[in-house]
Ligand binder design. Structure first.
Ligand code: IPD
Length: 279
């Protein structure tokens, strides 16, 4: 029997995401500014990102001292239990900076046992929570236990045709990545109902689980962007795919596609075509 209990872990994830979410909402009301930039001038960090990750790390060290922690703002602690907490203190930092409500705290308990749902980074979440403080929405999931929004079980996305599908996607921060991504969007947009760029991958994956998007794809995400959201999407009934080329990796940084099964396969085919011509 594994030494972990997803029901207990999701309670911790939900409690931490909510409490840290309340802190970042309060900090935002007090005023927010760019504290630093990372991969490009558009890849910003606020003091709230740092304070939120400090809080998440301190609480996890207290509650689960032997687990590992990996966080967007630099937390990288090895553990001994087989569980690593993958956390994004604010996913959607640019939204946060501008006061757009789509920003989230993402907390996932992950393991690297090669079980179902293992992502490209070798981890799979067994429990996760994404909290959107501006709208007070708490998304949670446990492996095999379904996905919930504020406690209500989610039915997941509809399996629609590509032509009537509302797609979510996102853009990376470097010019090269964005140039490739806009070329792919240029090719996709005439073939689908419409495209949304919500600005938080965690929110995109949760919105998919809630049926607010039919499909979501993005290239270049980091594990903290998708760890909890991918579990929530999957547990709602979505499938997660990577690139469709032979020998391609599972869903993760090189490509993450999430949708109901037939639509996910259709999106994967379209992306393969678009990416091969976008170079
Ligand atoms: C970003 C958001 C965005 C996605 C980017 C991510 P951050 O995360 O999830 O929607 O398009 O790829 O880097 O920087 O706001 O934590």
């Amino acid at each position: 029997m594994p030494a972990w209990n997803p029901a207990e872990l999701v309670e911790i994830a939900a409690d931490l995401a909510t409490r840290v979410g309340d802190v970042i909402r309060r900090l935002r009301a007090e005023g927010v500014d760019v504290a630093a930039t990372k991969s490009s001038v558009n890849d910003v960090v606020t003091a709230a990102d740092r304070e939120a990750e400090r809080l998440l790390t301190a609480e996890l060290r207290e509650l689960r001292p032997d687990d590992g922690i990996l966080g967007e703002e630099g937390a990288d602690i090895a553990g001994t239990t087989g569980i690593t907490w993958v956390v994004d203190p604010i996913d959607g930092t640019v939204n946060y900076l501008y006061g757009i409500p789509a920003y989230a705290v993402s907390v996932a308990a992950t393991v690297s046992d090669g079980g179902p749902g293992t992502m490209e980074d070798g981890r799979r979440a067994i429990a996760g929570a994404v909290y959107l403080p501006a709208t007070d929405e708490l998304y949670t999931a446990t492996a095999g236990g379904g996905a919930r929004l504020n406690g209500q079980l989610l039915a997941g996305p509809q399996d629609t045709e590509l032509a009537t599908a509302l797609l979510g996607t996102g853009f990376g921060y470097t010019v090269e990545r964005r140039t490739e991504q806009t070329e792919v969007v240029r090719q996709l947009i005439p073939r689908v109902r419409d495209i949304r760029r919500i600005g938080s991958a965690a929110a995109d994956l949760c919105f998919l689980a809630a049926g607010r998007l039919d499909a979501y794809y993005e290239r270049g995400l980091n594990p903290w962007d998708y760890a909890a959201g991918a579990l929530i999407a999957r547990e709602s009934g979505a499938v997660l795919l990577g690139r469709g080329t032979a020998g391609a990796a599972p869903a993760g940084t090189s490509m993450l596609i999430a949708a109901a099964p037939a639509l996910a396969a259709a999106v994967q085919r379209e992306l393969e075509l678009a990416y091969s011509s976008a170079g």
